[in-house]
Design a protein around this ligand. Structure first.
Ligand code: IPM
Ligand code: MG
Length: 355
């Protein structure tokens, strides 16, 4: 197959981790006879420096016209002074909205090889950690009005029934393909938007009698994720709650550097990115862990290109790399062999086998 992939390297460690993911994609293309064309697009701080805009229309269009987008990371202290609507992160939000990718899928799964890296007690980890956070990505407080008037700042949080219903469906469909348990997370004891969220989820549940729906308040959920993560199968939640809970969920698996994500909307053109940030403190030092980006590329093959074997091949190669005891600095532990970002990518390519 021929696929056009828009590639956003971004800022900080972005360019180095994307480079390793492209190495892996090139090897997949070679093994399976595919052609991947890469179209470079600028977004984030580097786009501010180049065009004075974190996501010029030309760059957004390249992404919309592609078969899918692979993104490293954006942002950094260098651009902290720029106004809110011109920040690097604003480019990312405009990209998500422009592509219409309302459904963000963030797996929290512990690799058996890394169970020691979890900050949780062994007795908790041993019960298993394998759940997915389905986060609404283009609504809520992120996209409401933001303004500051004198000594008062205002951020508006809005959700419509239609916005809740479309993400709710993804939650139910995802649960249906897994353990058939969906936990809807909100703050319905305080927020109107959450009361509407809960109502819509329960109405949808009538269409999914095979999925068990439960409700959980977001503060309780934050606690339950560290107390008993094994209880979760699929969590569905609004934009900001999902942002916060997915960082927490990633950390209990050992390292945020390992977690990929997919964002999809009405078409198969998705946005694939690791959930970590641009880590400017280690940028250019060959220290970053490229696995979150490499696994994001695997998700792209699975969810947008319908290439499940190719995706399995990448995940197996990551597992084989971990089995052999290689670790980047973020997940380094005693007795393991520390490798840099480039070497990590090379070793994963070396371990790639056709399935
Ligand atoms: C994420 C990030 C972004 C978000 C930032 C960089 C805007 O934290 O992808 O989780 O809040 O969505
Ligand atoms: Mg986040």
């Amino acid at each position: 197959m021929v696929k056009n992939i828009a590639v956003i390297r971004g800022d900080g460690i972005g360019p180095e981790i994307v480079e390793e993911a492209l190495k892996v994609l090139n090897k997949i293309a070679e093994l399976y006879g595919h052609t991947f064309n890469y179209i470079d697009a600028d977004m984030g701080g580097c786009a501010i420096d180049k065009y004075g805009d974190p996501l010029p229309q030309s760059e957004l269009q390249k992404c919309i016209d592609s078969d899918s987008v692979l993104l490293g990371a954006v942002g950094g202290d260098k651009w902290n002074g720029v106004p809110g609507n011109m920040r690097p992160e604003k480019g990312l939000l405009r990209l998500r909205a422009g592509m219409g990718v309302y459904s963000n899928n963030r797996p929290a799964k512990i690799w058996p090889q890394l169970s020691d890296a979890s900050p949780l007690k062994k007795s908790i980890v041993d019960k298993g950690i394998d759940f997915i956070i389905v986060r609404e990505l283009i609504g809520g407080i992120y996209f409401g009005e933001h303004k500051t008037e004198g000594d008062t700042a205002i951020d508006v949080l809005t959700y419509s029934e239609a916005e809740i219903e479309r993400i709710g469906r993804i939650g139910f469909e995802t649960a249906r393909k897994r353990g058939k348990r969906l936990c809807s997370v909100e703050k319905s004891n305080v927020l109107d938007s959450s009361r509407l969220w809960k109502k819509v989820m329960h109405k949808l549940a009538e269409e999914y009698p095979d999925v068990e729906l439960s409700d959980m308040l977001v503060d309780n959920c934050a606690m339950q994720i560290v107390k008993n993560p094994a209880q979760f199968d699929v969590v569905v939640t609004e934009n900001m709650f999902g942002d916060i809970l997915s960082d927490e969920a990633s950390m209990i698996t050992g390292s945020i550097g390992m977690i990929p994500s997919s964002s999809l909307g009405a078409t198969s053109c998705g946005l694939y990115e690791p959930i970590h940030g641009s880590a400017p403190d280690i940028a250019g030092k060959d220290l970053a862990n490229p696995i979150g980006t490499i696994l994001s590329a695997a998700m792209m093959l699975r969810f947008s290109f319908d290439m499940p074997n190719e995706a399995d091949a990448i995940e197996n190669a990551v597992s084989a790399y971990l089995d052999k005891g290689y670790r980047t600095a973020d997940i380094m532990s005693e007795g393991m062999q520390q490798v840099g970002c480039k070497h990590c990518g090379d070793l994963i390519v070396e371990n790639l086998k056709k399935v």
